[in-house]
Design a protein around this ligand. Structure first.
Ligand SMILES: Nc1nc2c(ncn2[C@@H]2O[C@H](COP(=O)(O)OP(=O)(O)O)[C@@H](O)[C@H]2O)c(=O)[nH]1
Ligand SMILES: [Mg+2]
Length: 246
C-alpha cells in the first residue's frame, strides 16, 4: 500500500524495513522519477505558451463546478484544455466538455493523486483532441484529496488549493503542506456561510501564516460572488505568461 496514504499503489513500491530505511529510499526514487517527468511536462507547457494550473482539494469542494463556470466565462477569450483526474469514471470530463472545453479524463484506478507520467500521457491525448489548437490554459483537476496531491509536482505553473465552507475552518492547520506548496487559495461555496461556523478572515489569516504568498479568493458558484475577481486574475496571469504587458 501507498506509504503516504494507503492509496493502492503497487505494493512493491512500498517496501518497509525494520529501521524504515528502505521506505525512505523507495519514496525518494519514486518522487525523483515523478519530478523528472514533471520537468518534461513543464518544458512542453513552456515551449507552447501554455499556463498549467493544478487544482487540489477534498472530494466535493467544488473543483469541477468552478471549472464549469470558468470555462463558460472565458471560453471566447482563451482555448481551455482540462485534464480531469479521478479514481473512476469519465463524468467530470463530460461535464467540462459540455461547457466548451477540450478535456481528457485520467483515471488512476485506485491511486489517490495524479503523477507526472499520467499527466504527460493525458496531455498528448489532449493535443490530439485539439488538433491545430493549443490551450492557453490547461487546468489539471487532481484526484479529490487534500494530502497526497501536494507531494507530487506535475509540471504546473500554479497550484490552487480549495476548501469549501462546509468542510470547516480547520483545514489549513490540519493540511499545511497543501497550503505551503500552493500559489492560490480559494474558499468555495461562500453562499453557505450563513449556515456554518466558518470565520473567513480567521481561515485566511491561518492560511497566510503558513504561506504569505497565497492569493486568496472567496467564491460561490451559486451566487457568482468572487468569480469575476478569479476570472480577472486568470486573465492577468495568462497575459503575463504570454509576455503581454499587464
Ligand atoms: N451551495 C453550493 N454548492 C456548490 C458550489 N459549488 C459546487 N457546489 C456543489 O458541491 C457538489 C460538489 O461539486 P463538484 O464541483 O463536483 O466538486 P469536486 O469533487 O471538487 O469536483 C455539487 O453538488 C455541487 O453542485 C457552490 O458554490 N455553492
Ligand atoms: Mg470533480
Amino acid at each position: 500500500m501507498c506509504d503516504v496514504c494507503g492509496c493502492g499503489q503497487p505494493e512493491n513500491n512500498f517496501v518497509v524495513s525494520d529501521e524504515g530505511k528502505k521506505t525512505v529510499e523507495v519514496k525518494k526514487s519514486l518522487l525523483s522519477e515523478n519530478d523528472r517527468v514533471a520537468e518534461i511536462n513543464r518544458k512542453h507547457f513552456d515551449e507552447k505558451g501554455i499556463l498549467a494550473i493544478n487544482l487540489i482539494s477534498s472530494p466535493g469542494s467544488g473543483k469541477t463546478t468552478l471549472l464549469e463556470k470558468t470555462i463558460e466565462a472565458l471560453k471566447d477569450e482563451f482555448n481551455i484544455g482540462v485534464l480531469e483526474g479521478d479514481i473512476e469514471t469519465e463524468r467530470d470530463a463530460e461535464r467540462v466538455r459540455a461547457k466548451g472545453a477540450y478535456a481528457v479524463q485520467l483515471t488512476t484506478g485506485g491511486a489517490c493523486h495524479l503523477e507526472a507520467p499520467l499527466v504527460h500521457k493525458g496531455f498528448h491525448a489532449l493535443e490530439k483532441q485539439m488538433g491545430d489548437k493549443t490551450p492557453d490554459i490547461l487546468f489539471i483537476e487532481n484526484v479529490g484529496n487534500l494530502v497526497c496531491p501536494s507531494s507530487f509536482y506535475l509540471g504546473e505553473h500554479l497550484r490552487v488549493v480549495l476548501i469549501s465552507v462546509p468542510e470547516g475552518p480547520d483545514k489549513p492547520a490540519k493540511y499545511p503542506k497543501a497550503f505551503k506548496t500552493s500559489d492560490v487559495f480559494i474558499i468555495t461555496k461562500s453562499d453557505l456561510l450563513p449556515y456554518f461556523d466558518f470565520d473567513v478572515e480567521k481561515v485566511k489569516k491561518e492560511a497566510l501564516a503558513l504561506n504569505p504568498k497565497l492569493e486568496v479568493f472567496v467564491v460561490s458558484a451559486k451566487t457568482g460572488e468572487g468569480l469575476e475577481e478569479w476570472y480577472n486574475y486568470l486573465r492577468k496571469i495568462v497575459k503575463k505568461k504570454k509576455g503581454v504587458e499587464v
